[in-house]
Design a protein around this ligand. Structure first.
Ligand code: ZN
Length: 98
């Protein structure tokens, strides 16, 4: 099992309420190179307990990333407002194109 930090997010859609994350940039917490993976893979690995995923807030605290199904039906990931006042994934920049 590896702890991954999410470093950037790519989103789809144009509705500001539903610009859901479709890809994330990840890198091992212990260091090493990063890569961009589909959010579906992250969801699977969270569900199976294969790996853990975290976002880091402005204070450097790790916040768990969880599976999330929106009311619109899209399956994505998020950090919850009860983990933090802010959703730390919402401030992540888009991943650079390969
Ligand atoms: Zn939605």
């Amino acid at each position: 099992m590896t702890d991954y930090l999410i470093t950037c997010v790519n989103r789809s859609g144009t509705d500001p309420e539903h610009r859901h994350i479709t890809e994330v940039g990840i890198r091992p917490r212990t260091g090493g190179s990063g890569r961009v993976v589909p959010v579906k893979l992250v969801r699977q690995q969270i569900k199976l307990g294969v790996h853990h995923y975290f976002s880091v807030d402005a204070s450097g605290h790790r916040v768990p990333v969880r599976r999330y199904k929106c009311v619109c039906g899209r399956k994505t990931i998020r950090t919850f407002p009860d983990d933090l006042a802010d959703n730390t994934l919402s401030v992540k920049k888009p991943c650079a194109s390969p």
